[in-house]
Design a protein around this ligand. Sequence first.
Ligand code: ADP
Length: 414
Amino acid sequence: MKVFVLNSGSSSVKYKLYEMPDEAVLASGQVERIGMDDAAVTHRVPGREPYRVQEEILDHTTAIQRVLGLLTEAHDGAAVLQRIDEIDAVGHRVVHGGEAFHGSVRVTPAVKRSIRELSELAPLHNPHNLAGIEAAEELLPGVPQVAVFDTAFHARMPRHAFLYALPHVLYRRYAVRRYGFHGSSHRYVAERVRTLLGDGGTARIITCHLGNGASIAAVQGDHSIDTSMGFTPLEGLMMGTRSGDVDAGALLYVMARENLSLAEADAMLNKHSGVLGISGLASDMREIEEAADAGNETARLALEMYAYRIRKYIGAYAAALNGVDAIAFTAGIGEHSWRVREDVGASLGYLGAELDPEANRAARGEALISTPHSRVRLYVVPTDEEVVIARDTVAVVTADREPVAARRPGARRG
Ligand code: ADP
């Protein structure tokens, strides 16, 4: 089965074409700066030089059409597909599934309506995710489309974890609650950890997704019971440019003193805070580490705060899980910054977690970074959100093809 995975943003479309169930990547790439006359297309086929071109691409349909064209054209070798109709299914990343979606679903008119309604909660993402779905439907008529939600992995959090202690009417009226994000990443990493643990079915796992955006999740079984991002991706850990947790009272005070509009306050919290806001230098962790090594004080402070916040959340989630069996680090910083992992991992002794400093510094790709005596296993697990989308797409499409009687336990057969 050939599965085309699409991640459609406001001005970009990222794609991967998989041969399933082998999970072999046949091609991948992205179209950036959609809407401009110099949109940048990068198309990669394993074992070949990347193909790059700049041209006018004004909307998502044109972008996806261009990608489908690239898949059937010969570039530096045979075409990846002889014909577009070799694509069996399309899997779409959709950021917000609200309370409506607890798992991945086949796209129907009703599903699209829900995704559109949920744009209210994710105005920067859902409309573009939907534009990608509609473009793919138009360009690949009759091919099943599947929506995979970033929020779904967190959809079974208990209410004491997802509710804010605001007047309850606000939840009923506006669905103001914790949703959590990065779900496909937390899910992928937790599944890997369960496999690495061997008998990991009921393991208590804390997954730390540390990229430009960052979140942490407490996982038990096949779903999270709590996660640090909330109603929006702003809450929780300190991030590249987002503040993470902040006293709402401090925000109200600053808004009043500085006479900030909602848009200005939003920009302050989401774009000018976090590692960038504290260091005054950069949001990029590599630059911060270099500056700290060169003796820059604000870069050091940003690093200290960054790691401290993660340590606090690990403590909180160990309490939420009533113990912890494994902690995993993923995404750009989690996978590559031995220093952040060391700053976090070296102070988890109270949990029975013992970081192996050499293994941690030497880690490349998936690695165990705790000592053999450590009661809690510490891992680096490179994330792969696209493969989660491809797997779910296969599962949803295959389930749809089975006769209904075969799917319902207890249903009468024959
Ligand atoms: P996104 O959330 O945009 O997908 P990534 O997961 O790619 O982001 O993470 C980006 C972050 O990872 C940046 O802060 C970057 O500096 C950091 N990063 C990448 N490689 C390294 C490295 N070798 N050492 C430290 N930080 C790194």
